[in-house]
Design a protein around this ligand. Sequence first.
Ligand SMILES: Nc1ncnc2c1ncn2[C@@H]1O[C@H](COP(=O)(O)OP(=O)(O)OP(=O)(O)O)[C@@H](O)[C@H]1O
Length: 479
Amino acid sequence: MSNASILLVDDETDILAALRRVLRKQNFDVYTAPCAADALALLQTQPVDIIMSDLNMPGMDGIALLAQVAEKYPDTIRVMLTAYNDVDLILKSINEGRVWGYLQKPWDNNELVILLKQALRARHDAVEKAILKRTLMRYQSSRKTRFEGFIGDSVVMQFVYSAIEKAAPSNASVFITGPSGSGKEVAAHAIHQLSKRKDNPFIIVNCAAIPNELMESEIFGHVKGAFSGATSDRKGMATLADGGTLFLDELGEMDILLQAKLLRFIQTGEFTSVGSGKMQQVNVRFIAATNRDPMVAISEQRLREDLFYRLNVIGIDMPALKFREDDVIQLANSFLKVFSQEEEKAVVGFSDAAQRLLLNYDWPGNIRQLRNAIHSSVIMSESKIIEDTILKQQLKIDQHQPAMSQSKASATNGKEPEVQAPLQHDSNQEQGPILPLAVIERQAIERAIAACEENVVQAASALGVSPSTLYRKIQNWQE
Ligand SMILES: Nc1ncnc2c1ncn2[C@@H]1O[C@H](COP(=O)(O)OP(=O)(O)OP(=O)(O)O)[C@@H](O)[C@H]1O
């Protein structure tokens, strides 16, 4: 570590010499100036950790000098040296933040060293605090509240946004998992939009919506006469997606035999249309999604293991809405704006009880369910504010049942759940999905910082880590 530096200012050369002797022994880099003007001139070229100035000097006095240093070099610790009993004057400067501390002449050498070491610690803490604050502000301003069609600034979504940003430029296949209505299609589209393929087509194959017998021809196309009803040649989605992205939604619903043909196509980029012996080649990037657990789907032989691993080069897991902190309020407000315009109604917000309901409800159908609930609430509402009673009607929640006694429902396959869902999830009992440690850590840090009203040094102490550890962690989030 480099030596600490100090600038001593006094019009008495004996005093400067005596101080220099003591401080050099303590490994300080010592600079001296006989007056305030010389000290200010020296500081222009030589920054120091501490300035210690005499109070009474010809020309500018010590108070005025340290006031200027406070303004120009706020990180330099300012100490007053005085022979007089003008403590009141110095205390005023200390209270106003221009002077950090003082020492009375004649001084005791031990006292001098202790005071300066304390000053250095205070400076170190102040610098650390300032760096942490700047890093936090940089992180907060880089934190996304909206991203490529997504709304929400929760920690879990910051991880999703960053995974999408990293995955997008590559040609690697992406496998998106997550419950129904959690935004898997929004994620697939975002990857396409941020990729080099964005000016080429983004083609969606909804494997759950296309009957099995038509699936092969939908994907690979067919030639005239390939089957009854094939009255002309028809291009499949693979051809339409050439140069772009093919999004295989609800892959777990695709016929297992067709999955083998799909695997070959993904491996080689080659396929033959139904009824044609001619091999075709396209350049397609694959994104697949399912709301089933892929491991369960594999064990139930609904999903080929080799196909899954082929597609799961990059895996993105969309979190359920109930794990996205306050995103639900941001989403609800945004949907409210859209639907009140669309329905030409002047609905402007939610009552407090409705907001509590939005936050405490489990949302088994995730964002899609929220969107639909807000849409129908806007239509049904007769006032400018959506009340919890209206929202409960849309969610089919019993108006009189206490919040905690609702039965739990799980997300259902693309459909809005009919079963009444719990109003409140008790975080102590809630198992929820296992979140990556990095997500939990970031949530804990953000909570601590908010609880300490953005005092990052206090937050670090509450979390039992050093400010520099916290600094490193916050800085890593931005990389
Ligand atoms: N973070 C978000 N911000 C705004 N709108 C969103 C967000 N996530 C999802 N949506 C909207 O919610 C609806 C459902 O999203 P999406 O279709 O992407 O879900 P999904 O996970 O693909 O559903 P499924 O499993 O049923 O196919 C869409 O209208 C989508 O635009």
